[in-house]
Write a protein that binds this ligand. Structure first.
Ligand code: FE2
Ligand code: FE2
Length: 492
C-alpha cells in the first residue's frame, strides 16, 4: 500500500503494528516515523528524525543497509530480511523491511516498514539445528555400524558433530590407567583440531583434571563450561583456547556398566551455546558411542577367539597327516596373496585365509593309510579321499563361525565347467573365495612332495593352473597367482 503524506496521521500510520519510517531518498535523512518505530528503536520521534538512515543499523551492517536503501530507490528490490537494526539499548533485532518510494512536493521519499523478525529467525535457526542434529545422528549411526576400525568410528563421530555446525572441535578421550591418569585423544575433528593435538588432560583430581573432560570422567557426569574465558577451572587451557578462538566446551562421559571409560568433549567459538537441547543431544551421542565401542570390543574378542579355534583345528589336522602338514597353511597364505592381488578387501582376505587353514579338515576322517599310501589309489580309495570335502563342510557347519567357512571349504574342489565335486557346481555358483582357494590348492599340491610322487616344482604347478585357466579355474585368479609366483624371491 502506498502511503501519502496526507494519510500519515491516519489510523494506519498511528496504529500500525509495523514500525514505519520515512527517509529522504537524496540525503538519507529520516523525516518522519510512527509510534511503533519509536517503540521498536527505543528512541523518540525527535531523536529518530535527526538521524541518517544508516544510523539505524549496527556498524558492520551499514554497508549492506546502504545497498538496500539504493536498491529500494531504484525499485530493484522491495523486501529485505537479512539485516538487523540497532536499538537505543544497544541490542540488535533482526528485521524484515518492506519499502516503497513516492514523491512529495518534488522530493523523493522512501517509506520503510520494519517488522521484528526475531521469532522467524529463531524458528529458522532451530529448524537448521534440528536438521543438523538429525544428519549428525544418522552419520554417527552409519559410522557405528560400518566403520572398519575403532579409530575410523571415533573419527567419523567427531566429524559428524563438527560438520556444518557451530561446533569447532569434538574429540573423544580414553581414560588411561597410567600413573598420571591421562586422557588419550582417540579421535578428533573440526576446524580447531590443532587444539586437541598433544593436549594435556587428566582424569585425576588435579589441576589438569579440573577441566570438563577430567571431571566428566572422574565423576561420571556431564560438565558444561559455557564461557572458557570466565571459568577459573579452565585456566590450564585458557591461552590455548584463546589461540583457537574456543569460548565454550562441554564434556559427557562414555559409560560402560556404570563406570566411565572416556569422554566426548565438544567446543564452540561462542559462549553460552550449550543449552538443554545440546546437552540432551550430546548425551545421546555419548550413549550410542559407548554402546558401539563396547559391542565392537566384544565382537573383536569373539572373532579373535573364533580365529584361534580355526588355527587349533588346522594344527590338529596337520598333526595327523604329515604329508599334508603345512599344506593348508601354505594354501591359506598363497590364497590371501592372490585375493589381495585381485583387489579383494581386507575382511574378505581374512575369511579366505581362515577357510584355507581348514579347507582339508575332513581328511581327519579318512584312514591315514589311504592318505599316506605311496602307490596309486583304487577307485574306491579315491572316492573315499574325495569325501573329505563333504566331511570338511559338515564339520565346519557344526561350528557357528561368523564367516562362511563351511561353504568356501565345501567348494574348493568344484570347477567352473562343472567337472568338480561334490556338487558339480558351475561358474558363478561357486564362491569367489572357493575359486581362489582352488587355484592356490592345485598350485601347492602339484609343486610339493606327495606320498605317491616327489615334488614336481613351482613351474609344473604354474603350467597346470594355466592349462585349466578359464575352463576349470577362474582366469583372473590364475593370472594373479602367476604374477605372484613369477615375482623374484617367491617361495611357498
Ligand atoms: Fe582338498
Ligand atoms: Fe587342499
Amino acid at each position: 500500500m502506498l502511503l501519502t503524506p496526507s494519510r500519515r496521521s491516519d489510523t494506519i500510520w498511528l496504529q500500525s503494528g509495523d514500525a514505519l519510517l520515512l527517509a529522504d531518498a537524496e540525503t538519507g535523512m529520516i523525516v518522519d516515523v510512527n509510534p511503533k518505530a519509536e517503540q521498536l528503536f527505543g528512541l523518540s520521534h525527535e531523536q529518530l528524525c535527526s538521524l541518517h538512515q544508516s544510523k539505524l543499523y549496527p556498524p558492520d551492517q551499514i554497508g549492506l543497509a546502504g545497498d538496500h536503501f539504493q536498491a529500494a530507490i531504484r525499485g530493484d528490490a522491495k523486501q529485505f530480511s537479512d539485516i538487523d537494526i540497532q536499538c537505543a539499548d544497544g541490542t540488535f533485532v533482526p528485521v524484515e523491511i518492506c519499502t516503497s518510494v513516492f514523491t512529495e512536493n518534488g522530493r523523493t521519499l522512501v517509506l520503510g516498514s520494519f517488522r521484528d523478525f526475531s521469532h522467524h529467525r529463531q524458528t529458522e535457526a532451530e529448524l537448521r539445528r534440528s536438521n543438523w542434529a538429525l544428519a549428525a545422528i544418522m552419520r554417527a549411526n552409519v559410522a557405528a555400524t560400518y566403520a572398519d576400525t575403532d579409530v575410523k568410528l571415533l573419527q567419523d563421530v567427531c566429524e559428524a558433530i563438527t560438520s556444518r555446525s557451530i561446533f569447532t572441535l569434538a574429540w573423544i578421550g580414553v581414560a588411561e590407567d597410567d600413573a598420571d591418569k591421562s586422557v588419550r585423544v582417540a579421535g578428533a575433528a573440526g576446524p580447531a583440531i590443532e587444539y586437541a593435538k598433544d593436549i594435556q588432560v587428566s582424569w585425576a583430581d588435579t589441576r589438569l583434571g579440573s577441566g570438563p573432560t577430567g571431571v566428566a570422567i572422574r565423576h561420571c557426569k556431564t560438565v558444561v563450561n559455557n564461557d572458557s574465558a570466565r571459568n577459573p577451572l579452565f585456566q590450564p587451557w585458557a591461552a590455548r583456547a584463546a589461540t583457537y578462538k574456543i569460548r565454550a566446551s562441554f564434556a559427557t562421559p562414555l559409560i560402560d556398566q556404570g563406570a566411565s571409560f572416556g569422554a566426548l568433549t565438544v567446543y564452540a567459538n561462542r559462549p553460552d551455546v550449550f543449552g538443554p537441547d545440546e546437552i540432551t543431544l550430546f548425551e545421546q551421542f555419548a550413549l550410542g558411542l559407548s554402546f558401539a565401542i563396547k559391542s565392537r570390543q566384544v565382537q573383536a574378542k569373539y572373532q579373535s577367539a573364533m580365529e584361534q579355534m580355526v588355527e587349533a583345528l588346522a594344527a590338529t589336522t596337520e598333526k595327523r597327516d604329515p604329508y599334508t602338514a603345512g599344506h593348508q597353511r601354505r594354501v591359506a597364505n598363497l590364497a590371501v596373496l592372490i585375493a589381495q592381488e585381485m583387489g579383494l578387501d581386507a575382511e574378505r582376505c581374512r575369511v579366505i585365509r581362515l577357510a584355507g587353514l581348514v579347507h582339508d579338515i575332513g581328511k581327519i576322517q579318512i584312514p591315514a593309510e589311504i592318505l599316506n599310501k605311496p602307490g596309486k589309489l583304487s577307485p574306491l580309495e579315491l572316492e573315499l579321499v574325495k569325501s573329505h570335502v563333504v566331511i570338511s563342510r559338515e564339520l565346519l557347519h557344526g561350528i557357528d563361525f561368523p564367516w562362511p567357512l563351511a561353504d568356501i571349504a565345501g567348494q574348493h574342489h568344484e570347477r567352473l565347467d562343472g567337472s568338480g565335486y561334490p556338487d558339480k557346481l558351475q561358474g558363478d555358483a561357486i564362491r569367489v573365495e572357493a575359486k581362489i582357494l582352488a587355484v592356490a590348492d592345485i598350485l601347492e599340491a602339484v609343486s610339493s612332495h606327495r606320498p605317491y610322487r616327489p615334488a614336481l616344482g613351482l613351474a609344473a604347478g604354474l603350467a597346470e593352473i594355466e592349462k585349466m585357466a578359464g575352463s576349470q579355474l577362474d582366469a583372473q585368479a590364475v593370472a594373479a597367482a602367476v604374477r605372484i609366483c613369477s615375482a623374484e624371491g617367491f617361495s611357498f
